[in-house]
Design a protein around this ligand. Structure first.
Ligand code: OGA
Ligand code: NI
Length: 373
């Protein structure tokens, strides 16, 4: 009991020097901490249960064999895909054709970036949410009451700026080239997955619907390189709070350390890793476009007491100008329109105005029964 009080007092002391947390978790850890400072301690009901237990609750996601999707069994794979998007809002892609060396170089260079001295990483810190490169910490560091145990590097991958690469970090020296190659590979995988998804929704092979595919393929691509340092008390905090991604699809690459959890049928499950595969989750834009048939999955990230973790999320969304709305063909009397029109501006306004957690944004775009009438 006395020990507990001492620990809590120490926690209080740690939180007194405010702005150090803006520098990120890596910086904090480098200064040597043995307990999680108050700033990162979640209220009891939001803490992860079983964060440290070996077994935890694991889930094997539906598997999409991408190579098979291109062959005579396409229809069978499309059925698996549509079931996965309806029931889970997430699936795992194997045999995706992206060379192993592209994947391992992406992970390696990400690790090297976070190993750079703080002064080098700090150059890319900015409060401008639309900057082509942004280094930051937590989820929304200007708004989060409790911080999460995550530092990140965000890179805009498509842009009207002719030389976007020149904006990316110049160190490690091969970062620009490796991330560029990786981003091109993930973009073409996204393009083909999106084509399959439209097909699985019955929106194909007709001139009227081809423009949907074009809209998705002409959208934006953002890369979030996430770093989750090992944490002395992983049961008190999270690497990322529960959230849904706002785009159409997110392609997630993880190193060998697990931590991604999804909410499925009301419970949290840790995603089982398949080495060199991609975890692909449905985002809010696709949920709206499919008029709610495909679910953008609620997910979060656990941290780990022994190992740091790297993940790379390639977030694909409709372009800034495109209005996101349910596809007309997916609306009928028995399945009325469920969401209001949304654009990126509305999303950004939302993001900068609140502590973005849960599926709040999507909820705000739903029609209430009164509005619909
Ligand atoms: C994200 C995300 C999951 C992970 O970057 O939006 O949910 O496994 N990442 O790190
Ligand atoms: Ni996410």
């Amino acid at each position: 009991m006395t020990g507990l009080i001492v620990a809590e007092n120490k926690r209080e002391d740690d939180s007194s020097s405010g702005s150090q947390y803006q520098k990120g978790v890596k910086h904090l850890c480098e200064n040597g901490i043995t307990i999680v400072p108050n700033k990162y301690v979640l209220p009891l009901p939001e803490r992860p249960i079983n964060a440290t237990s070996e077994e935890g609750n694991h889930i094997q996601l539906p598997i999409i064999n991408f190579a098979q999707l291109q062959g005579p069994d396409r229809q069978q794979v499309l059925n698996t895909l549509s079931k996965a998007c309806e029931e889970y809002g997430i699936f795992q892609v194997i045999n995706h054709g992206i060379p192993i060396n592209v994947i391992s170089s992406m992970i390696d260079v990400s690790k090297e970036f976070f190993e750079l001295p703080y002064d080098e990483r700090e150059k890319y810190m900015t409060s401008d949410l639309s900057a082509p490169v942004r280094y930051g910490t937590s989820f929304n560091q200007t708004k989060d009451g409790v911080f999460c145990w995550r530092d990140f590097l965000k890179l805009v991958c498509n842009s009207s700026t002719s030389d976007i690469l020149a904006c990316w970090p110049s160190s490690p020296v091969d970062l620009r080239q490796l991330v560029f190659t990786y981003s091109k590979q993930t973009k073409s995988l996204f393009d083909m997955l999106m084509k399959a998804i439209l097909e699985s929704l019955g929106l194909v092979e007709n001139e009227n619907e081809d423009h949907f595919l074009q809209q998705f393929q002409d959208g934006s691509q953002l890369m979030f390189i996430n770093f989750f340092p090992s944490c002395p008390e992983p049961e008190l905090t999270l690497g990322m709070p529960p959230h849904s991604d706002y785009g159409s699809l997110t392609l997630v690459l993880q190193d060998e350390v697990e931590g991604l959890q999804i909410q499925h049928q009301g419970n949290w499950f840790t995603v089982k890793q398949i080495p060199n595969s991609f975890v692909v989750n449905v985002g809010d834009h696709l949920e709206i476009f499919s008029n709610g048939r495909y679910k953008s999955v609620l997910h979060r990230v656990l941290v780990n007491s022994t190992r740091s973790r790297i993940s790379v999320a390639s977030l694909h969304s409709l372009s800034f100008e495109t209005v996101v709305q349910p596809a007309p063909k997916l609306i009928n009397e028995s399945n009325p329109r469920r969401y209001k029109d949304t654009d990126f501006a509305a999303f950004l306004k939302y993001l900068s105005s609140c502590e973005s957690k849960k599926k709040n944004f999507l909820e705000s775009r739903k029609f209430t029964s009164i509005e619909r009438n």
